[in-house]
Design a binder for this molecule. Structure first.
Ligand code: UDP
Ligand code: MG
Length: 314
């Protein structure tokens, strides 16, 4: 009997990309006729015609399934919903904009079936098509997280990967609310083969990321998979106590030798501002972790489903 491949595709305002993606996938999967497939589109609260389009596809083609959220919950939530719904022996996650080329699938499948890997992941060799600022911050992010987290995160890694059922079940056993996939993939371990490819331009539509969203995403990654910033806060505290101690000794000695001419008002103001700033910064770090803990303890659902191919609105 043929094995089943589940393809999980998050979509947010992708009315233009979906038809192109569907055609490309059907073409690719006809070539890969040694495996059955199902495509699970996750409509992440799109405001355009994404939902009617995937609804129609699902009606026409029984291999198409979909999940529609009650609002936008973000790509991580969409991936989680897709993984939970997947029935395949193998599962792949990919973008709908064809930046993740379907033509890589046969090679990825070979990596698992013939070479014995649990997962074949992809990374792009260039960040061609992304803005200069985004490139700088992305590489800065990987440098920071690489040095402070025990979890290895590969620079340029995409969310395009093919996994065995066993690995997917391991991912689903991670119950955290703040889901940062790149970290989770790496946390669960398993043997991963990396395939590189040139970054592709989107076929249609525009990127859903702006600078602020990416910045928050980076902070989520750091806070989710490292506690080093907390240690950094304590370290800065100890360092400042030490500097203050040296200064006290210096001032005592200076007063004994030269008495005490009152001076140094500007430097005092600078120091107050500086220390105040560091203080707020460290409180912010602690606050960030506290906020994450707060959200975790509430145990809110990561997403809410409004409609699927088998559960329509009455
Ligand atoms: N996406 C989503 N929810 C969001 C943002 C994005 O499901 O809130 C989907 C989007 O439709 C696409 C994928 O995630 O399939 C990657 O988004 P995008 O192409 O905008 O990111 P980029 O490739 O620029 O990193
Ligand atoms: Mg994209």
């Amino acid at each position: 009997m043929k094995k089943l491949l589940s393809i999980v595709v998050p979509c947010y305002n992708e009315e233009e990309s979906i038809p192109v993606y569907y055609d490309a996938m059907v073409k690719e999967m006809t070539e890969m006729n040694y495996i059955d497939f199902e495509i699970i589109f996750i409509n992440d609260g799109s405001k355009d015609k994404t939902l009617p389009i995937i609804r129609d596809l699902a009606k026409k083609d029984k291999r198409i399934r979909y999940i529609s959220f009650s609002r936008n919950f973000g790509k991580e939530a969409a991936i989680l919903a897709g993984l939970r719904a997947s029935k395949g022996d193998f599962v792949t996650t990919m973008d709908v904009d064809l930046q993740d080329p379907p033509s890589l699938l046969p090679d990825m499948y070979k990596g698992i079936v013939e070479e014995g890997y649990d997962c074949v992941a992809t990374k792009s060799t260039s960040r061609h098509g992304y803005s200069f600022i985004r490139k700088i911050f992305t590489s800065l992010f990987y440098k920071i997280i690489g040095s402070i987290s025990k979890i290895e995160m590969v620079a340029g890694a995409r969310d395009y990967r093919l996994m065995t059922r066993q690995m997917v079940d391991a991912i689903l056993s991670m119950t955290e609310y703040n889901r940062y996939s790149k970290g989770i993939f790496s946390f669960v371990g398993f043997d991963t083969k990396w395939i590189e490819y040139e970054n592709q331009e989107r076929v249609a539509g525009t990127t859903k990321w702006n600078f602020w969203k990416l910045f928050k995403y980076a902070v989520d990654g750091i806070v989710g998979f490292s506690t080093a910033p907390l240690i950094f806060a304590s370290f800065i505290g100890i360092l400042f106590c030490f500097i203050a101690f040296i200064m006290i000794i210096f001032i005592i000695i200076r007063t004994i030798i030269w008495s005490d001419p009152v001076a140094g008002w500007p430097s005092l103001v600078c120091i107050i501002f500086f220390v105040g700033g560091i203080n707020l910064f460290c409180t912010g770090i602690i606050g960030e972790y506290l906020a994450k803990t707060y959200l975790e303890t509430k145990k809110r659902p990561v997403y809410i489903i409004k409609e699927t191919e088998s559960k329509k609105r009455v």
